[in-house]
Design a protein around this ligand. Sequence first.
Ligand code: GLC
Length: 635
Amino acid sequence: MSNSLSIEQQARAAKAYVLQELRKTSAGQQILDDVDFFERLDMNFITVFAIFAELYGYRHDCLDQLVDLITMCGTSWQARAPELRDLDKARELDPEWYMSNKMLGGVCYVKQYGKDFEGIKARIPYFQELGLTYLHLMPLFLAPKPFSDGGYAVSSYRDVDPELGDINQLKELATELRKAGISLVLDLVFNHTSNEHRWAKKAAEGDPEHSAMYWVFPDRNVPSAFERCTREIFPDDHPGSFIQLADGRYIWSTFYHFQWDLNYSNPTVFRSMAAEMLFLANLGVDFFRMDAVAFMWKQMNTDCENLPEVHKLLRAFNALCRIAAPSVLFKSEAIVHPDFVVQYIDRYECQLSYNPLQMALTWEALATRDASMLSQAIERRHNITRGCAWVNYVRSHDDIGWTFSDEDAKELGKDGGSHRKFLNAFFVNRHPGSFARGVPFQDNPRTGDCRISGTTASLAGLESMQGHAIDRILLAYSIAMSTGGIPLIYLGDEVGQLNDYSYLNDQSKMDDSRWVNRPSYPEQRYHERHDESTIPGQIYKGMKHLIALRKSTEELAGGRAVGFFTGNETVLGYQRPGTGSTVLCLCNFSDYGQWVGRDRFMGLPPSARDLVTGYDVALREGIELKPHQFVWLRY
Ligand code: GLC
């Protein structure tokens, strides 16, 4: 590849070479004869080529790797089921289908929530009752036992955990979900594999080709040099970013010692993971949750997080989907500083992204009874590229980390470090008057870092029985349901599931407090969900009301929230402009009634309908909100 040519010229030459190589075999010719495939290849080749050339152009085998990659895409497209191809076509005609206000997500572990794939299938009628259109099944692949980081240490991307069923049952489940109008979301854990993956085992045996798929070094020199700048992610497990192999070599392991980071500076890794991704796409996956994206590229003298090459990799993976599984979209899991979170959100990269800042600051506001930080985040950090959507959640299977920006906090007179300390103390009930019953996660006295585990109900006060807990749960979910994008319910939250401390009796879980918030299906609570005299019944009723409101309020579709200054720091305000009408949301974080003065509503009509209660509210008089009350005012 000569540098004197423009990228278009180089791409044209490379394409001619790839086509010529493919035409050499009848299988290759067949791939090119497929008009749909050829058209999509034509549209996306330059993206794939440009990134490939940038990342791997220095290698003599770059073009041949590209031929293999395109051949693999073609083979994968040929294997794509007709109903998935139909879906590809339908979504090409309606590319923003996921921006609808009818979208509602749920997330669960297969084992905990349904025992196995058949059990999850049996819960589809419930998912429909709740109104789900999107279901994230937590990692379900073959993984080491008993330690697997909740399945995030994958031993094979083509085999599932045998306790859950087999790959055909997963495919059937995907089909059944699709028939029920529910998209399937699976994790693409592509930063690392488990140490029991075939590639990892060969690397551990010293095989050079497989060692080159990971970051392996003969001694501690290079690892120590890298570690001067990298962060410790799971310090309870091992300090630094490397662990030592049995033969004395060192291997990169950002998370647990049995999760080994893949080396994407090797094109074989890119090609191999692309093949795994397209295999999974053909099972009927609608969205990939791109796990731990921030860590995928390493560069000496940097913190090895959020590097520009990660974005290139994501764009290249995305382009491959456009070629061979066009309806598949990406959701980024980047739980990092907000400046970096937004960098992953792009039509050509990740169309969806978790909104970790809004999640954390909702809890922050509940603890402080002060909505200023959350309000500032909506004002300043909510805007994302058109056509992309936040996934707004109240909690996940993971810990809660206080990922706000210190600069933002400073503007509001808060010191980031001490505020995080306060929040950690508050949420683990080490602060007088705390209602929360969380558990510390990765408490690192050396760096002062700590995060919080706990279910929504336990963090909101249901476990400590201090009052207002149900209101807090509903307030938090009302924000996730109305700020734009797709709301995501951790299944069990809708019936007020509490912390599960049984993990402390299980050797394989006791050192990872996140298991406190990954409980089993709460049979009794679901049983009581239609009985309003019970706590689960009251929470369920409130959640169902919110869901129904969301689904009938078109202003809440996709898009983003626009800040609204309430003049009262305990009351959060934001607007959702629609066509011809706007919904103004106000949320009182205080344990007491609060006023939003009439001057705040100047320029608005004299009254507005509160969609939550169904009553008209006289804006010209100002509004009084009860403790933890939220209103959705349409004008
Ligand atoms: C993601 C997962 C988390 C896991 C980590 C390593 O952050 O959400 O559970 O421990 O990746 O795969």
